[in-house]
Design a protein around this ligand. Sequence first.
Ligand code: AHR
Length: 493
Amino acid sequence: MLTAKVTVDRDFVIDRVDPRLFGGFAEHLGRCIYEGIYEPDHPTADADGFRGDVLALVRELDMPVMRYPGGNFVSGYQWEDGIGPREQRPSRLDLAWKSTEPNLFGTDEFAAWCRKVGTAPMLAVNLGTRGPEDARRLVEYCNHPGGSELSDLRRANGYAEPHGVKLWCLGNEVDGPWQMGHKTATEYGRVACEAAKLMKWTDPSIEMIACGSSHRHMPTFGDWEREVLTHTFDHVDYVSIHTYYGNGEGDTPSFLAKPDSMGEFIDEVVCTADHVAAVRHSRKRIMLSFDEWNVWFRSSNDREKRKIKDWELAPPILEDQYTMEDALVVGGMLITLLNHCDRVKIGCIAQVVNVIAPILTQKGGPAWRQPIFWPLQQASTLGRGTVLRALVDSPKYDCKERAGADLLGLSVVRDDEGGLTLFAVNRSLTEPLAVDLDARSFGAFATASHEVLRHDDLLATNTIDAQSTVVPTTLAAPTVDGGRMTVVGMWCG
Ligand code: AHR
């Protein structure tokens, strides 16, 4: 049988996991907000119009942070449209997604929803069509206790307590020509620097995230981060990083190896950020906010396929129906994030409901878990503590994506009570893979549980009528002998 040897030592540490690694993202896009989060006529809706079934499922994911309101949407957003009495709020054309935005849900409702979920809001400001002063005003509206025009407006709108938003994204994917208010790195770097200054002067306790590249294959990648951080270095804490992977070509071995490329992408952004620090003779380290990541490719032609017209309200776009195979890649991406937790402090799966999301809903009907829900839930609930630097000697395979990819994807997390969790993906399409674990530095230990997400059909999915086709199963915990154990993962599981 194929065997990977894994050695872990309690003292070989990568870093503590920042719980914010397991965050989510909610954009005014498709049916994420309307029919996802907010549906006042839904049988489970509460007094605020929030769907109770969705609230319950999001709580299961235990996401410590939630990014909002975009995404591409934010680059044309006027936050003032979304506050105050609903009947006075305007409907606007959203140029990002060619939809009509009714503004029935805005910043205050989002903050209220976050409180109910038990997550912290992370807001993006519009640095596309707007600028530093509008961004600063939003900080004042959200975070200033009272006694100023905008904080008093919040109070008059029914929110006496400040929303206390700590994390702020300085725009979204401004390097992309598809973005409203697309800018060069120099143009963006200057605006982001000035916005960050004004926002922090309004509330010095906040943390700022500068926009990195939209993805690794942008022509400006690398130069963009260097130039933007050169302008913003003293005023920001994080640089963003985004990636989506797909299997449009039906090349599953390559698809399964994508999380390794994600790791290289992280390393490159870290090097670029540290280069800027070196040039400045600074010990400050800019951390990474991986605030958009996921599998996304199944819904690319949805507009045409579903005959969706321009300017519809909450059109069903970007509703990828995920499969077992996608869950393996999402699991692999989580393993990559955990193994880079010394520099990646924030992660937001894009997105949380309906739009490329772990949760799907039907208007007026049920909400259910997609296959990718499970690796997220497992990582978020079991991946808290300290990531150990495991020594992995895995059998390899070659694919178009890379030569010599490890068949085993693995991360090891030690919790604060000393317990160990191994997150593992077997990337073999044909063979079981045994993990031979040597954890002797932990002394005598016992195994508590062994959970597996697996299906014979890699394209198996969960639908409204069959919601539990891809679900984890509990197997007998492997036996331990003198600090060693062997656990076998079936192919692709
Ligand atoms: O998450 C969907 C979209 O992907 C976001 O709006 C944008 O930032 C990214 O390109």
